[in-house]
Ligand binder design. Structure first.
Ligand SMILES: NC(=O)c1ccc[n+]([C@@H]2O[C@H](COP(=O)([O-])OP(=O)(O)OC[C@H]3O[C@@H](n4cnc5c(N)ncnc54)[C@H](OP(=O)(O)O)[C@@H]3O)[C@@H](O)[C@H]2O)c1
Length: 254
């Protein structure tokens, strides 16, 4: 086995991936399973979760589904409990569940702000709190942040506020949990082709403006983010604590 394969193997580890029923979370779940981890797939849509499980099992991986609305009272504790019961232990936690409701600042209703905060910040915060007592040294936690946590854009105020929170939560936990050998990092993607933004990408004006701000001149693909999640959970990311890995086609570098 070569260095790259050895350093990115997740063999013998157990993972919990939220948002596993769609988009980036689905790609991450499939990728960590392919790298050898046994995965708990968390989402609300039971039939899409079952599809993802089938896909993983059909390709030789191992997965269980745990259906939950993570914003419901008690859900993070229940999800963690069911995951531990099914897998026995947990070494990898990836928070991909999220919500993006862009709107001009003056039109944002407080319910939209609350919805985005509840799933983008509060749910991963509480799920991490439930998980940490069960994580041994060498475990990892990865948040899906966004370039919206690093820079502003019109219509993004509520979402940017939540992703800015995720960026600093990553740093704070990265520092606080480092002495226990638990690595906390984030991935900050730019525009990735997923169901979250397919309606936006169907709009030629949006695409023109978006590609114009992206030096690479392209939209990112789920696999490019999923592979980073494998890296962060593996030995290859073993010296990464409190980092946020930007994958945005150069948007924030320009
Ligand atoms: N796509 C991008 O361009 C992009 C860029 C930067 C950052 N991100 C971030 O990457 C993450 C994944 O985005 P995506 O594009 O993959 O989105 P997506 O395709 O819309 O998937 C969102 C996932 O979140 C889950 N979810 C939403 N609300 C939930 C709740 N209350 N309880 C449990 N699960 C819930 C959904 O589950 P169900 O479908 O089962 O309800 C779904 O699996 C998000 O945090 C997003 O902010 C995405």
């Amino acid at each position: 086995m070569g260095l790259a394969e050895r350093m990115t193997s997740l063999s013998g580890k157990n993972a919990l991936v939220t948002g596993a029923s769609s988009g980036i979370g689905r790609g991450v779940a499939e990728a960590v399973a392919e790298a050898g981890a046994h995965v708990a797939l968390v989402g609300r849509d039971t039939s899409r979760l079952a599809d993802v499980k089938r896909q993983i099992v059909d390709t030789g991986g191992q997965a269980v589904t745990v259906a939950a609305d993570l914003t419901e009272p008690g859900a993070p504790d229940r999800v963690l409990g069911e995951t531990l019961e099914a897998l026995g232990s947990l070494e990898i936690l990836v928070h991909s569940a999220g919500l993006f409701e862009p709107r001009p600042f003056e039109e944002i209703e407080v319910e939209s702000l609350d919805r985005q905060w509840a799933i983008n910040v509060r749910a991963p915060f509480l799920l991490t709190q439930a998980a940490v007592p069960h994580l041994s040294s060498g475990s990892s936690i990865t948040f899906l942040s966004s370039i919206a946590g690093l820079i502003g854009f019109p219509g993004g105020s509520a979402y940017c506020a939540t992703k800015g929170g995720v960026e600093l939560l990553t740093k704070a936990l990265g520092v606080e949990l480092a002495s226990r050998g638990i690595r906390v990092n984030a991935i900050a993607p730019g525009n990735i082709r997923t169901p979250m933004n397919e309606h936006l990408m169907a709009d030629p004006e949006y695409m023109e403006a978006m590609l114009g701000s992206t030096p690479a001149g392209a939209v990112g693909e789920v696999d490019q983010i999923a592979a980073l999640a494998v890296l962060l959970a593996s030995e290859a990311g073993g010296f990464m604590f409190g980092s946020s890995v930007v994958a945005d086609g150069g948007w924030t570098a320009a």
